[in-house]
Design a protein around this ligand. Structure first.
Ligand code: HXC
Length: 258
């Protein structure tokens, strides 16, 4: 498929997707979200790819859903046609890790997209916000749900009700992002993290992603039970044998993703 709104590259075992609608600060319209979904699925199915990075420009990761595209929607367009959110959840089907490398604005749907990724690496100029309240609407792709889980109810309420933006420092303090780097180093840092992940055993990486995500969906007892089952399963892999053998032999493991 030819992409018009995103750039898709591979960097060794890492799939890199760059949102590319600079004139609209990467506003997320139907076409962007369709293309993103197609690219994500293709990387997920590609055995040569082990980790995915989504990024934007230095000015904007994404300034939100496309306001011009949705301004005249009726309730029936939004509800029955599900025009605004119908292709936003593809990312949740992706089993390989997805890192958001965020510089500049991550607002509204842009902040929500970043939070749908497995973790966020922020440039020092990153700004996160849920300004939908100023448009007479509310977050529609998980902002009111993922923010309280990520940064506490108090900060989530503050952001969603007042529309104030959170800078990178505050976002790291609050737990929304895992690391902050100078904006010029963002891609390098994200690719380095992705390469580290890509050097591990892919099935184990997938199990870890599944297990951490389960923490958001279940009780502690059930989550620990789920983790225990996956932990036991890891002993059925060749990579566990190789990983532990390599440690004992004081050498780097050679994982075969088996
Ligand atoms: C459509 C957008 C846009 C958006 C920016 N643009 N954000 N177009 N949808 N979300 C366009 C502008 O219209 C403008 O186009 C160009 O990008 C540059 O933007 P400026 O405003 O001129 O830039 P600047 O002054 O630097 O301000 C940057 C900004 C501001 C603070 C990010 O653009 C802004 O507040 N954007 C809207 C942010 C927002 O409300 N997001 C939430 C959207 S609702 P022209 O043609 O004039 O040059 C949402 C719901 C999610 O996300 C629901 C989930 C599905």
């Amino acid at each position: 498929m030819e992409f018009e709104c995103i750039l898709v590259e591979t960097k060794e075992k890492v799939g890199l997707i760059t949102l590319n609608r600079p004139k609209a600060l990467n506003a997320l319209n139907d076409q962007v979200m369709n293309e993103l979904g197609v690219a994500l699925k293709a990387f997920d199915q590609n055995d040569a790819i082990q980790c995915i990075v989504i990024t934007g420009s230095q000015k904007a990761f994404a300034a939100g859903a496309d306001i011009a595209a949705m301004a005249n929607y009726t309730f029936m367009d939004a509800y029955k046609g599900d025009y605004i959110t119908r292709n936003w959840e593809t990312i949740r089907q992706i089993r390989k890790p997805v890192i958001a490398a965020v510089a500049g604005y991550a607002l509204g749907g842009g902040c929500e997209l970043a939070m749908m990724c497995d973790f966020i690496i922020a440039a020092d100029n990153a700004k996160f916000g849920q300004p939908e309240v100023k448009l007479g609407t509310l977050p529609g792709a998980g902002g009111t749900q993922r923010l309280p889980r990520a940064i506490s109810k108090a900060k989530a309420m503050d952001m969603c009700l007042t529309a104030r933006m959170m800078d990178a420092e505050e976002a790291e303090r609050a737990g929304l992002v895992s690391r902050i780097v100078p904006v010029d180093m963002l891609l390098e840092e994200a690719l380095s993290a992705a390469n580290t992940i890509a050097s591990m055993s892919l099935p184990i990486i997938m199990m870890i992603k599944e297990s951490v995500n389960r923490a958001y969906e279940t009780t502690l007892s059930e989550g620990v039970h789920f983790e225990r089952r996956l932990f036991h399963s890891s002993f059925g892999t060749e990579d566990q044998k190789e990983g532990m053998k390599a440690f004992l032999e004081k050498r780097t493991p050679e994982f075969k993703n088996q």
